[in-house]
Design a protein around this ligand. Structure first.
Ligand code: GH3
Ligand code: MG
Ligand code: MG
Ligand code: MG
Length: 292
C-alpha cells in the first residue's frame, strides 16, 4: 500500500515517515495541497493522509480536488485533525474524506486504522481487476481496452506521434466449435491471445472485443511497421498448436484489418471502425491475411 503524506510541518512529516515505514508502508511526502494534487496525478497512491490545515488550502478543498480529479477512483483519504475539532465531520465526509485521525497521532490507533484502510484498498483493487479483465483470456476486456486506447490516442495526438490499430478475428470459428467442441474453441481463443502477446511489445495493448475478436493498439508505430507486426501476428497464430481435449492438436488462422491515426480522428473508436472495415475486406479476400 502506497501512502502520500501531506503536512506543512517538516518535523511531523519526518516522524510520520519513520512510524509508517516501521509498519511496512511505502511513503512519499509533500508539504502543500497543490503538490499533493500533482503527486496523485503523476503517481499511483492508495492512501492520502493529509493535515486538515495546509498553507495553500484547507483539508476540505484538498478532498474535493482529489475526488473530482479524473482517474482517481481508488484513493482512500485520511484527514489529520486537531484534537480540539468537534464539528465539520459531516462536511468533511461529504467532501470525500474516509477517515479522521486526531493530532498528535496515537500510533497504535493509526496502525489499526491503516489496516482497515488496506482492506478497502485491496477490495477496490479486486473489483477493478474483475471489471476490466476478460475472464477467459486474462487480457483487457472491451471496456478497459477502449479506455486505454483513448489514453494512447490522446497521448499520440498531443505529442504528434504515430499510432496504429490492428483488429483480428479467428477464421471460420463456428466450424472450430462445431468440429472440436466449445472447450477447444475456448482453448483456441486463449492460444490466440498468447501467440499475439508473444509477438507484441509490452507497450502494445491487446483487448478482447467480443467472442473471437481482438484488437491491438500500437503506440509509436507508423503504418509500415504496424503492417509488419500484423503479418507477424498472422503467422504466429497460424503456427500455434491448439491442444485438443482428445490429446491431438489443431491450428487456426486469423484475418486482420489495419488502421492508423489521421488528422480528423477524435478518439480510438474511428480507428477501430476503419480496422474493422479492413478486417471485413480481409475476410472477403479469402481470410488468413492482412488488409488495410
Ligand atoms: P469468419 O471467418 O467469417 O469470422 O467466420 P466465423 O465462423 O468465425 O464467424 P463469426 O466470427 O461470426 O463467428 C463467431 C463464433 O464464435 C460464433 C460463436 O458461436 C463463437 N463464439 C463466440 N464467443 C465464444 C467463446 O467465448 N467461446 C467459444 N468456444 N466460441 C465462441
Ligand atoms: Mg466474423
Ligand atoms: Mg470469426
Ligand atoms: Mg467474430
Amino acid at each position: 500500500m502506497r501512502i502520500l503524506i501531506v503536512d506543512d510541518s517538516p518535523h511531523h512529516l519526518t516522524m510520520m515517515v519513520y512510524e509508517l515505514t516501521k509498519l511496512g508502508y511505502a511513503t512519499s511526502v509533500v508539504e502543500t495541497g497543490a503538490a499533493a494534487i500533482e503527486a496523485v496525478a503523476d503517481e499511483r497512491f492508495d492512501v492520502v493522509m493529509a493535515d486538515i490545515r495546509l498553507t495553500d488550502m484547507t483539508g476540505i478543498e484538498l478532498c474535493w480536488h482529489l475526488r473530482t480529479a479524473q482517474g482517481l477512483r481508488h484513493l482512500y483519504l485520511i484527514l489529520m485533525i486537531p484534537g480540539s475539532m468537534t464539528d465539520q465531520f459531516h462536511e468533511l465526509v461529504e467532501a470525500g474524506a474516509d477517515e479522521f485521525l486526531r493530532k498528535p497521532l496515537d500510533w497504535k490507533w493509526t496502525a489499526a486504522r491503516l489496516l482497515a484502510a488496506s482492506r478497502v484498498v485491496a477490495m477496490q483493487r479486486d473489483l477493478e481487476r474483475l471489471a476490466t479483465t476478460d475472464a477467459l483470456t486474462g487480457s483487457m476486456n472491451r471496456r478497459r481496452f477502449l479506455e486505454r486506447g483513448d489514453e494512447e490516442f490522446n497521448r499520440s495526438r498531443r505529442y504528434g506521434r504515430p499510432l496504429s490499430v490492428v483488429m483480428l478475428d479467428i477464421d471460420h470459428f463456428k466450424r472450430v466449435n462445431d468440429t472440436y467442441g466449445h472447450a477447444t474453441g475456448d482453448e483456441a481463443i486463449r492460444s490466440t491471445v498468447r501467440a499475439c502477446k508473444e509477438s507484441l511489445r509490452t507497450s502494445d495493448i491487446i483487448g478482447r472485443l467480443g467472442g473471437e475478436e481482438f484488437a491491438v493498439v500500437m503506440p509509436e508505430t507508423p503504418p509500415v511497421n504496424a503492417y509488419a507486426v500484423a503479418q507477424r501476428l498472422r503467422q504466429a497464430v497460424a503456427a500455434m498448436p491448439v491442444r485438443l481435449e482428445t490429446g491431438g492438436e489443431m491450428t487456426v488462422t486469423v484475418s486482420l484489418g489495419l488502421s492508423w491515426l489521421n488528422a480528423t480522428d477524435t478518439g480510438i473508436e474511428p480507428l477501430l471502425a476503419r480496422a474493422d472495415a479492413a478486417l471485413y475486406r480481409a475476410k472477403h479476400a479469402g481470410r488468413n491475411r492482412v488488409e488495410v
